[in-house]
Design a protein around this ligand. Structure first.
Ligand code: FAD
Ligand code: UDP
Length: 434
């Protein structure tokens, strides 16, 4: 009988809670057939007779790992070890005060926005919020114009005085109609035409991804809307706010449960065979987990050039994009995001890189096909749940990762409850037999 717990993102299903192997506080070990499987896949270590060790080994202290740690500890009373190879919690959303006392985002600007009330309600247990609407200007032809493209962008770039109604006609007259929209080039050119595409999208995308927009899925450029009104907010979500005391404080609150232990500066591979655990949540790159057995998934990296300036302000909005000039894509001034009052200011320029930390999965059909091979291998591992942007190889925003982690928790909870019920029934049968 398969006693496996299939909880991997997107393919979750619970097969059966019955079976002889349910010795661990509620979560099943993987099926015997996989116990000696190929490669270096870590397996659960037997828990100590006194019940010591951990129910859950969570790899990664970012949103995916921290949400699951908090839920599993607080709702199921499980003992959780969170391991991260970095020296801090929070993953890429980590923030800290620099030497001048300015709150910065070491891994680039992180602006929280979502349409999910469930995600907001959940995170609000751990933080208060500071309302913030992000605005971005693009430096084009010697002027700063709003991006996403809106009425003011077009009027300023072409010296026009169009109304919103006339702008629709302007777009229609310039658009190159396509029968199918497959690439990021298609998305923009088919809506606003080639000139605006060249001014605002082509150069930025080539820098950011090292690929032409024609080589990237439509979903990449489709992240940025195109508007005919004068709305100059970067996001249109119903909830847009920053954690009032920063992301790291929010993560500290999530992880402060007595059932949760956090081990930093530690690659999970260094401890996975040393500590007893029953089920793993893995939030790192999925190809690394499998020792790149099918080859490497492409990830795009960035180099962040941080500066602290002895002046109170640097630029008029949170971020200025440079689609056509310089080696960097954008410059962000953190005080706009954080609302901090300070006589100095901190900025960061982002330089795209082919090598380095894996920040962006690269949305292309061939990469998705390779990911699906890894996903199939992951689906066979009943003792590991893969969650998060790198483990799912999806260009997820923070709120999407929180939603994915909450959904994974619900599946684990169902399995946990079913296993508990089976164990309770077993003990009734044992008592009756005795
Ligand atoms: P991560 O935050 O990457 O966490 C994974 C963790 O796993 C890392 O800390 C890593 O060190 C750890 N790990 C990996 N391998 C191992 C190992 N072998 N052993 C131990 N630990 C390991 N989203 C938004 O919503 N708004 C934004 O404005 C925004 N801006 C962004 C800007 C940039 C430059 C980037 C790169 C991303 C941005 N995002 C933004 C996306 C956001 O960062 C992610 O959605 C989110 O942080 C993903 O969380 P995660 O837990 O899946 O992954
Ligand atoms: N993009 C662009 N020009 C811009 C802004 C965005 O070409 O001024 C494209 C680019 O390909 C980018 C993608 O749209 O990678 C998504 O932009 P977003 O701001 O969402 O990127 P992120 O904040 O995730 O880096």
């Amino acid at each position: 009988m398969d006693d496996g717990l299939r909880s991997n993102a997107g393919t979750a299903q619970f097969d059966s809670a019955a079976g002889a192997g349910l010795t661990l506080r509620g979560l099943a070990p993987r099926p015997a057939a996989l116990r000696d499987g190929p490669g270096n896949v870590p397996r659960p270590t037997r828990r100590q007779a006194d019940g010591g060790g951990f129910d859950m080994l969570i790899v990664g202290a970012g949103f995916a790992g921290s949400v699951l740690a908090e839920r599993l500890a607080s709702q199921l009373d499980l003992r959780v070890l969170v391991v991260d190879k970095r020296p801090h919690i929070g993953g890429n959303a980590f923030d800290r005060y620099n030497d001048d006392g300015l709150l910065i985002h070491p891994y680039g600007p992180h602006i929280f926005h979502t349409n999910s009330s469930e995600v907001v309600d959940y995170l609000s247990k751990f933080t208060r919020w500071r309302p913030y609407q992000h605005r971005v200007l693009a430096s084009v032809d010697g002027q700063l114009v709003p991006i996403p493209i809106n009425l003011d962008t077009v009027n300023r770039l072409y010296g026009l005085t169009l109304s919103a109604f006339e702008l629709d006609a302007f777009f229609d007259s310039h658009a190159e109609k396509k029968s199918t929209i497959e690439t990021s080039e298609d998305v923009v050119v088919s809506r606003v035409g080639r000139d605006l595409y060249n001014k605002l999208f082509r150069g930025y995308t080539r820098k950011q991804w090292g690929l032409d927009p024609a080589e990237l899925d439509a979903s990449v450029a489709a992240r940025v809307p195109i508007r005919t009104n004068r709305d100059d907010r970067y996001f249109a979500d119903t909830h847009q706010a920053m954690p009032a005391a920063g992301y790291t404080r929010m993560f500290e609150a999530m992880l402060s449960h007595p059932n949760i232990k956090v081990m930093l500066n530690t690659d999970y591979r260094d401890i996975v065979h040393l500590l007893p655990w029953s089920h793993m949540i893995y939030t790192g790159p999925i190809d690394a987990f499998f020792d790149y057995r099918y080859g490497r998934l492409p990830y795009r990296s960035l180099e962040f050039a941080h500066e602290s300036l002895s002046q109170p302000h640097y630029q008029p909005v949170g971020t200025v994009n440079y689609p056509n000039d310089y080696a960097y894509t954008r410059c962000t001034e953190f005080k706009h995001l954080t609302g901090q009052q300070h006589p100095h200011t901190a900025i960061v320029h982002e330089y795209p890189r082919a090598d380095g930390d894996p920040y962006y999965p690269v949305p292309r059909a061939e990469n998705q096909a390779l990911f699906r091979r890894y996903q199939a291998a992951a689906d066979l591992l009943a003792h590991v749940t893969f969650v998060g942007r790198l483990a799912s190889y999806r260009y997820y925003n923070m709120d999407q990762v929180v939603a994915q982690a909450l959904a994974a928790f619900k599946r684990l909870q169902v399995a946990h409850d079913l296993i508990g019920a089976v164990r309770a029934a077993d003990s009734v049968l044992d008592t009756t037999a005795a």
